[in-house]
Write a protein that binds this ligand. Structure first.
Ligand SMILES: Nc1nc2c(c(=O)[nH]1)N[C@H]1C(S)=C(S)[C@@H](COP(=O)(O)OP(=O)(O)OC[C@H]3O[C@@H](n4cnc5c(=O)[nH]c(N)nc54)[C@H](O)[C@@H]3O)O[C@H]1N2
Ligand SMILES: Nc1nc2c(c(=O)[nH]1)N[C@H]1C(S)=C(S)[C@@H](COP(=O)(O)OP(=O)(O)OC[C@H]3O[C@@H](n4cnc5c(=O)[nH]c(N)nc54)[C@H](O)[C@@H]3O)O[C@H]1N2
Ligand SMILES: [Mo]
Length: 784
């Protein structure tokens, strides 16, 4: 394979600090942001960094923050405002044409706004009028199920608990959440197989692991503080393998900001021993090969399997039926290489599997997680030191929000305990998730949309269709910190309610309040903002929920909404009664500066599953699923004629169909675009399409060419093809069936119908596309 320029600086280290400090300066918030950075993830006060869900390192005395955290904090602490004055200058129609980057840089939302259709502008509205409008509109619905209440994972535990309680008291379980697009397969499959849909490891386990298999994750960009843990494990002799179609260059060398020698003397540490470049969607096949070899060569932990598991025989039977040729076809990895990997697994006395979006965001996302859990169970790697399952979550409280009951498919136990504690009936019918909710919006079944944070339309597939659907509702309500594209498609009524961010003080009649979050390893920690709010008009999310609930449920509601929002201890006392694992919440959160670890039964080999044992799972899809999709798309290629994009002179070769995957850069946090640079991938722009240089030359194309990307409709669909571009062709060491583009710009190429069967996660990491190169005159030529 031709050599690809490598990122020659270590990850983190000075480039990261300089890049992020410059970011603070860009945002003109150096003082505010600078001060707040030193408080983040610190014991004794300070806020939990809103940058990601990776746990705090217990030993830290100095700052525990990374490039990612600094940028997210800079974005939140910026003093520029999207205030009434701004909106007098810009109509919504104009703002619809702004990019995510431009919207992000307008500044903080700083007063409640109402969309005035006669002027096509947002204008200020008093809080009280906004609440009355909400109560009036919710009151007019034929059924509470005509409203959708979305949540994004920044929201802390206390307001999240109040929010789900309000939504359920109102009468619906329509509580979709960004989890539905993120680690839902993890929650579903680990829940089913281990009894709890969460990580079984703690940070300490990383120091004792002998082998870490990191699937579909790019921590240099997305969880930079994880690199430190990996480098430490590596120093202790642990082998670390990255299973990823992309050779993510931030993983090769790492300069630790916590180590003065690294920073001063330019030292760095290796993080990853080897990259296994699977095909897109090839993980289940790869894991099948490993498991097959382990089972057939009697390298598994039969003691553990007999004592603790159920469902081994059907899995064994299924593994026997899988041929090595299918395994190679599905994974893109040779049998010999898979066997050498399996031997590493067999020889390891302590294995951790970590994973991210490269595993979950596929039609086979549930199967992928299921196979990871199977592998850990085959080897008895749950419930011993240095081993276990480590899903790495994204949003800083996405896990906590779920624990607090933000769930469209709540456990019966949760509903029963809410009924018991609040003496209020709870809705029993399950609600919409992100995908089914978006479809309900599009088909006109919903009249009210509420977003507690997030950027629903842009983060979901079929962005344009959702944006259009939002214009058909009676009311949209957005609680947020920054203006985003979902807020620019007003229904009959449209409200933006600006809230305090994680870095800002919450002061109520009862004094200063702190909240809590739960990190990716089940640690519940306090978080307390220390900055003066950017505007006096902002309210805490808890206050906003309490005010809405008071207006909607009436002041005679038996639930003391206002008391809860004034005194978070009151919320925590209710949480202690209603949610398992939070007994004596107020005492325990104060007992240790680092909070407390939630009891995780599987860590203790207690299995809260339907069988009372850990459960093996047989995949639902063939391991050649992606290869078959590509073959099918190839065979139906010429049937698309009804398109504005000329699909002329299709050559009959297999490379005309590609798997498109979507990735993030270090200059964005999800849909919030901070800048255009991705130094690990050598680009200063986001409108790029990554492809392997060998593939570029095989096609006779050039780096820098303009390329159109088209997703063809599903076979029997009446949909039009979706087209994105032109994108600039850019070299990347990526598997040969794959091309990659940046999320969220490519989200219109993904469709709401293509998702995993049980978790409903959209297949953001694998969709079949066709590419065409633009000719010099701007027309399209050269389809592949
Ligand atoms: N800077 C920054 N940090 C973030 C975020 C951000 O947007 N920016 N977002 C936050 C959120 S919400 C989340 S969920 C996390 C996400 O963090 P990650 O899970 O690291 O997410 P991604 O960058 O989407 O994709 C991860 C990797 O999946 C690989 N991949 C693609 N397809 C496949 C496949 O078929 N198999 C395998 N094995 N790998 C594949 C890609 O090459 C990429 O390296 O990051 C969080 N942190
Ligand atoms: N193609 C593709 N699509 C994806 C993904 C992918 O990898 N590829 N990843 C998916 C994943 S993993 C996720 S998690 C989703 C993310 O989906 P979301 O969570 O919906 O998106 P964000 O961009 O994180 O939301 C940003 C908005 O949140 C608001 N906000 C920020 N801080 C706060 C706060 O403290 N309180 C409140 N109330 N609001 C706040 C701001 O108004 C900001 O505009 O996207 C998913 N979509
Ligand atoms: Mo996420």
């Amino acid at each position: 394979m031709r050599k690809i320029p490598i990122y020659t600086y270590p990850a983190a280290g000075w480039p990261a600090l300089i890049s992020s400090t410059r970011k603070l300066m860009d945002y003109q918030t150096f003082l505010r942001g600078g001060l707040s950075v030193f408080k983040s993830n610190q014991p004794q006060g300070g806020f939990d960094c809103p940058g990601c869900a990776w746990p705090d390192h217990k030993s830290h005395k100095a700052i525990d923050v990374c490039e990612n955290g600094i940028k997210v904090i800079a974005s939140e602490t910026m003093t520029r405002k999207a205030d009434a004055k701004f909106f007098t200058k810009h109509t919504i129609t104009e703002l619809q044409g702004w990019s995510g980057y431009e919207l992000e840089h307008i500044g903080r939302l700083s007063e409640p706004l109402y969309y005035d259709a006669t002027q096509d502008r947002y204008i200020p509205i008093p809080w009280d009028s906004a609440y009355r409008l909400i109560a009036e509109q919710l009151g007019q619905l034929d059924s509470p199920d005509e409203a959708l209440f979305y949540t994004s994972g920044r929201v802390t535990n206390e307001p999240a608990f109040m929010y789900q309680l309000f939504v359920r008291c109102f009468g619906t379980n329509n509580l979709p959440d960004c989890s539905n697009m993120c680690h839902e397969p993890t929650s579903v499959m680990l829940g089913r197989q281990l009894g709890v849909g969460k990580a079984t490891v703690t940070l300490e386990d990383f120091g004792q692991a002998k082998l870490i298999l990191m699937f579909g994750q790019n921590p240099a960009t997305n969880h930079p503080r994880m690199l430190e843990m990996l480098a430490h494990a590596h120093e202790q002799g642990c082998r670390i393998l990255s299973i990823n179609p992309m050779r993510e260059q931030g993983l090769s060398k790492f300069r630790n900001p916590q180590k003065p020698t690294h920073m001063a003397a330019g030292q760095s540490a290796d993080v990853v021993d080897e990259v296994i470049q699977v095909q897109i969607g090839g993980d289940a096949a790869l894991l099948t090969g490993i498991a097959k070899w382990l089972v057939e060569n009697h390298k598994i932990n039969t003691n553990f399997i007999t004592t603790h598991t159920s469902g081994f025989e059907p899995l064994k039977q299924w593994l026997t039926e899988q041929s090595w040729s299918d395994i190679e076809l599905g994974s893109g990895i040779s049998q010999a290489e898979i066997i050498s990997l399996a031997k590493l697994v067999a020889d390891s006395s302590a294995t951790i599997c970590t994973w991210g979006m490269g595993i979950t965001q596929h039609v086979q996302g549930d199967d992928n997680v299921g196979m990871i859990a199977n592998l850990l169970l085959l080897m008895g790697m749950i419930g011993i030191d240095g081993a276990g399952a480590s899903p790495v979550r994204g949003h800083s409280n996405v896990q906590g929000d779920r624990t607090m009951g933000i769930h469209e498919r709540p456990a019966q136990k949760l509903l029963d305990s809410l009924e018991r504690v609040f003496e209020h009936p709870m809705p029993q019918v399950h609600g919409y998730d992100v995908v089914t909710g978006a479809k309900a919006l599009i088909t006109g079944k919903l009249k009210v949309f509420m977003g507690m944070g997030g950027n629903y339309a842009v983060a979901a597939p079929d962005t344009s269709a959702i944006q259009q659907a939002l214009t058909t509702t009676q009311l949209n309500i957005f609680v947020g910190t920054k203006l985003n594209e979902t807020m620019l498609y007003p229904g009959a009524n449209n409200l933006i309610l600006p809230c305090l961010g994680r870095t800002e003080r919450i002061i109520t009649a009862k004094g200063e309040q702190f909240a809590t979050i739960e990190d990716s390893m089940c640690q519940v920690v306090p978080t307390q903002g220390n900055l003066k709010p950017v505007s006096e008009h902002l309210k805490s999310e808890a206050q906003i929920v309490a005010d809405i609930a008071t207006h909607v449920c009436g002041s005679d509601s038996s639930i003391p909404w206002q008391r809860m929002s004034e005194d978070f201890d009151v919320i925590r006392d209710y949480i202690a009664q209603a949610i398992d694992g939070f007994e004596d919440f107020n005492q325990r959160i104060r007992a240790s500066e680092r909070g407390f670890h939630l009891y995780h039964p599987a860590r203790h080999r207690v299995w809260n599953t339907s069988s009372g044992k850990a459960q093996f799972a047989v995949p639902q899809y063939p391991i050649t699923y992606v290869a078959a999709q590509m073959a099918e798309a190839t065979s139906s290629f010429r049937t698309v004629t009804d398109t504005t994009i000329p699909m002329n002179s299709a050559q009959d070769n297999e490379q005309k169909i590609w798997q498109l995957t979507s990735v993030r850069s270090h200059d964005q946090f999800n849909t919030m675009i901070f800048g255009f640079k991705d130094r690990y991938r050598h680009t200063n722009r986001r409108d790029v399409l990554f492809m392997h240089p060998d593939e570029i030359s095989r096609l006779g194309w050039q780096t820098g060419d303009s390329v159109m990307v088209t997703r063809q409709p599903n076979k029997n669909s009446t949909d039009q093809p979706r087209v994105l571009g032109p994108l600039v062709l850019t070299e990347m060491d990526i598997a040969s069936n794959a091309v990659a583009a940046y999320y969220p710009e490519c989200n219109d190429l993904f469709n709401l119908d293509t998702h995993a069967p049980d978790s409903h996660i959209p297949a953001y990491k694998s969709t079949t596309v066709v590419l065409q190169r633009m000719s010099a005159e701007g027309g399209t030529t050269d389809p592949t």
